[in-house]
Each structure stands twice: as C-alpha cells, then as structure tokens.
Design a protein around this ligand. Sequence first.
Ligand code: ZN
Length: 290
Amino acid sequence: MNDRIIHALSGDGMVRITVADMKNAVEQARRYHGLTPTTTAVLGRLLVAASIMGADLKDDQFSVTLRLSGDGPCGAVIAVSDGEGYCRGCIQRGDVELPLNAKGKLDVGGAVGAGTLTVIKDLGMKEPYIGMVDLVSGEIAEDITQYLYHSEQQPGVCALGVLVDRDRTVRAAGGFILSLLPGADEEVVARVEKDIAALPPVTQMLDSGMSAEDIAAAALKGSFGSVVKVRETGYRCRCSETRVREMLISLGRSELEQLAAEGKEAEVACHFCDKVYHVSIDDVLAMIQE
Ligand SMILES: [Zn+2]
C-alpha cells in the first residue's frame, strides 16, 4: 500500500489529528543512506514528523525543515517536507548502531543525545519562520510536542514510531500529531489525555494492520467526527542537474577557477538520495560569463 496522510476532526470540532502511515518512505531513506536499525528509527521518526507538519501547512508551495542538533553519536539529522507532505532527509552518521535501551526499544534518544530541535517553516514570506527548543529526550515525538507547545502555542501531542524487522528492513513507520483547537476547554483536554493514555504505541497499531483512519478513530475514540482529507505521500528528493549547477554558480568565480585547476569535472553527491552528478566546470564558468 502507498504511504498516506489523513486529516481528521473530532465531532465537536475541538480536536484535529493528522495521521501518517509511511513505511515506504522510511524504507526508501534506509536504503538511500545505508542506515542501521537505530539510525533508521532516528531519521524515520523525524521524516514522519516533517511530513505531518508539512501536510498541515496551508499551501503546497510551503515547506518545513526539522533539524536535530544533538551531542549523541548520530550527529545532526535533517528532515524536510513540502506542503503536500512529501519528505526527504539525511543524517550525519547513518552507520551508528546502539544496543536496545532499557525498555527494549531502538535507542533513538541515545543516538541523538542532548541538544536542540530547530524548525524552519518557509511560508512563502520574505523570511522563513524559525523556532528552536531544547531537546526533552531526543526521542523526537516528545521534542516535537514541546516545540509545538512552546514555539507555536499549539497544545497537543505527537506520537511517532518506526519498527525495524529482523532483516533490517522497515516493517512499519508512522505517527500522528493531535492538536487542541481554540475553544477546547478543560473537559476536552481531560478527555483527550485519557484517550491518548489508553492508546497503544503507533508501531503496534500499524503492525496490527490498522490504517491511518483506524488510528485517528482510536485516538479520538467516542469523539471521532470525520476524515476531512486523505493524501498520498512518500520520499521525494528534489535534486536535479539544474540545482547542482545553480549551487556551483553560487560558489563564485574564483572558487570555480580553483576547482577547474584541479579537474575538468565536479562530482556532486546529493545528500538526500543516491544521485551523483558530474558537471563540467568549464560549462558552469561559461554560464557565469553569459
Ligand atoms: Zn537527490
């Protein structure tokens, strides 16, 4: 089944939930970057969060970038989503593998370490919106919840999960962001807290065959209203030869002339997928002259 993101509302219109089922996208990331089970969970969770936040933006042309800067062994981690929820991402040290944590889970918090989460939202304005919070645990979902509350004054809860199979491929991946909308009173808050506390982990729900719609219904329980939008999603890199040339041009003439002295061709590997571009430096220099 294709990766999907759905948006749903509670019957009273006080709670919104966006649920993502993204096994294929996370598996694609694992293959592109040669990830271990630990780093598959790290990058996978961040990709799911980025896609949900991207899909929640108001316009397809907008984008959101999540950056984890922790002192753990996996280094910096970046996930980007466009306004449709299509994501891409990279991780500094994809080969890091840690023992399972005390709960018997992939040690995402241990791999990320202590540090910050930065969120950059390009909303089509002159300047992007940038928010930053200290990491709570490095487990990512809690960190996103904190970010939404403190930087966007958006109370709610984020849950993320990546399940890696014995053969190291991705068995299930997904998550949700549930948001309390303006007007939600204490009664609604208490109801949501109770329902979320009773909810099984995301990976368990996905692995048992529950769809994104089923998860939305389970999270909202008796107050479930309707699914308002369903969309396909996936891993989508936006690199191209044109973009690589633009990047080289931005280096400037002297840097390019130095490169030309070292060799005729520049080899540029994309950070987000497995493409490698070979660009003639002379061609780029000629483009600057034009
Ligand atoms: Zn690429």
